[in-house]
Ligand binder design. Structure first.
Ligand SMILES: [Fe+2]
Length: 393
C-alpha cells in the first residue's frame, strides 16, 4: 500500500500512487427518454479510485493549527477514504412550501435588511440564524428562493461546532456528502473550503492554464437531487479578496425571448462530473464513482414556481438530441448571456461570521481566487448542503 507516513504527514499524493481505475456511470432522469441514437459522451474517462479502506486522514499538513493556535480547529479539513455506493434517489419536500408568503415571523426578528442589487441578493444584520424557529426557517427558505441569496453578517452560526451545524442544515433536506471534498473530522455531511500557505487547494489544479479564476457553476448539478437551500459560512479569510460571485438564473431565463424560452423548455442536457473528478484525483480522494445525469435545461422552483436556466459551464457538457455543433453553439450562447449579465449578478465580500444562504437551484456562483498564498493568508469556510428535488419543469 502506498501510505507510508504518519497521519500528520500523509498527503493524498502518496495515496494516489496506486489508483484503482473505473469508468464513470450515468444516471438517467426518471422521466428522460433518450433519442434512439443518443449516447453519453462524457463517460469515457478513467479516474483513480480510493485505494484504501475506511478511515479519515487530515488534509495535508497543518502542524500550526492546534487547538490552542486556531479557534476553528474543529473545522480543519479531513478526507474520508471510504469508497461508497452512488447516492440513492431522494423525495424532497421543500420546507418553503409551509411558509407564510409574507414571511411575517422571519421579518419580525430581522434588523437591518438591504437589497444588494435589484435583481439578486439581500444583506441582513441584527438576527442570529441559530435562533430561528422552525416557522422562521421555513420562511427563510422561501425568502432565499425569491432573492437568490441572503447574506447574514455577525453570525454565531459555527460557534457550537460541526455536529450542531450538520443538524441545523438537515432541517432543510437530506444532506449531500461530497464525493471528494474535505470535511471536518467525523462529519462528512459538511464541506470545508480550505486554502492556505501549505495546502493550496483543489482549485489551484483546476485553474492551471486559465486566464482567470472565475468558474460559474451550481453546486453538484450532476447529481440526480442537486442541492437546494445551501449555507456557506466564513471562518477565516484574507483581509481582501476571495469574494464569491452570484448570478440569478431566474432573471437569466426571463431575459430570453419567448421563442428561445420555449426552445430551452423543451430541451434536456447532460451534467457530468467526470472531468472535475479526474482533476480532483490529483489532490483529493474520489469516494464515489463520477456520474452523468440528464436534467431539463429550464427548471421550475417547487414553491415559487419561478423558472431558471439550469445549465452551467462547469458541469453541463451537451444538449441531448442535438448535433455536437448545435449543442456547442446553444450552450456557448447561454453561458455567454449568463456570464456577461452583471446586472443580474452580485458579489459577496466575506467577513468573519458571514453566512450566505443561497438557493442553488436558482443561482450560480464562482469564487474569485485573487488573493495570494504564501504570505500567511488563509481562506476557510464551511458549507452545509441539503439536497433538493429532482429538477423538473
Ligand atoms: Fe460551489
Amino acid at each position: 500500500m502506498a501510505q507510508t507516513t504518519t497521519t500528520t504527514e500523509t498527503t493524498v499524493a502518496h495515496l494516489a500512487l496506486q489508483p484503482t481505475k473505473y469508468r464513470t456511470s450515468h444516471v438517467p432522469n426518471h422521466d428522460f427518454v433518450p433519442p434512439k441514437d443518443f449516447k453519453f459522451t462524457a463517460n469515457m474517462v478513467e479516474v483513480p479510485l480510493n485505494p484504501l479502506g475506511s478511515t479519515e486522514i487530515p488534509r495535508a499538513t497543518f502542524g500550526n493549527y492546534g487547538k490552542e493556535n486556531y479557534k476553528y480547529h474543529e473545522y480543519l479539513p479531513y478526507h474520508t477514504l471510504t469508497s461508497e455506493a452512488p447516492l440513492t434517489p431522494y423525495d424532497h419536500v421543500d420546507v418553503a412550501a409551509r411558509a407564510d408568503p409574507d414571511k411575517k415571523a422571519l421579518f419580525s426578528v430581522m434588523g437591518e435588511r438591504k437589497d444588494m442589487t435589484p435583481n439578486i441578493g439581500t444583506e441582513v444584520r441584527g438576527v442570529q440564524l441559530s435562533l430561528l424557529t422552525d416557522q422562521q426557517k421555513d420562511e427563510l427558505a422561501l425568502y432565499v428562493a425569491e432573492r437568490g441569496l441572503v447574506v447574514f453578517r455577525d453570525q454565531d452560526f459555527v460557534e457550537t461546532g460541526p455536529q450542531w451545524l450538520r443538524d441545523y442544515g438537515s432541517y432543510f433536506g437530506r444532506l449531500h456528502v461530497h464525493q471528494w471534498a474535505v470535511h471536518p473530522k467525523d462529519c462528512p455531511e459538511l464541506t470545508v473550503v480550505f486554502r492556505d500557505n501549505d495546502t493550496g487547494n483543489f482549485f489551484d489544479n483546476a485553474l492551471k492554464g486559465s486566464l482567470n479564476t472565475v468558474k460559474w457553476h451550481s453546486d453538484m448539478s450532476f447529481e440526480r437531487n442537486p442541492p437546494g437551500t445551501t449555507f456557506l459560512s466564513s471562518l477565516d479569510g484574507p483581509e481582501c479578496g476571495g469574494d464569491t460571485l452570484y448570478m440569478n438564473c431566474m432573471t437569466a431565463y426571463d431575459r430570453l425571448s419567448p421563442t428561445m424560452q420555449r426552445i430551452c423548455e423543451n430541451l434536456q442536457a447532460v451534467h457530468s462530473v467526470a472531468r472535475q473528478a479526474r482533476t480532483a484525483s490529483k489532490t483529493n480522494i474520489n469516494r464515489r464513482e463520477p456520474i452523468d445525469t440528464v436534467h431539463p435545461v429550464v427548471r421550475k422552483h417547487p414553491v415559487t414556481g419561478r423558472k431558471a436556466l439550469w445549465v452551467n459551464a462547469e458541469f453541463t457538457t451537451e444538449i441531448v438530441g442535438l448535433r455536437k455543433e448545435e449543442s456547442d453553439a446553444l450552450l456557448t450562447m447561454l453561458f455567454d448571456h449568463m456570464h456577461k449579465g452583471l446586472d443580474f449578478q452580485t458579489r459577496v465580500r466575506w467577513e468573519n461570521g458571514t453566512v450566505v444562504v443561497y438557493d442553488n437551484r436558482m443561482v450560480q456562483h464562482s469564487v474569485t481566487m485573487d488573493y495570494p498564498i504564501g504570505d500567511g493568508t488563509r481562506r476557510h469556510l464551511v458549507r452545509v448542503t441539503p439536497q433538493g428535488e429532482v429538477p423538473s419543469i
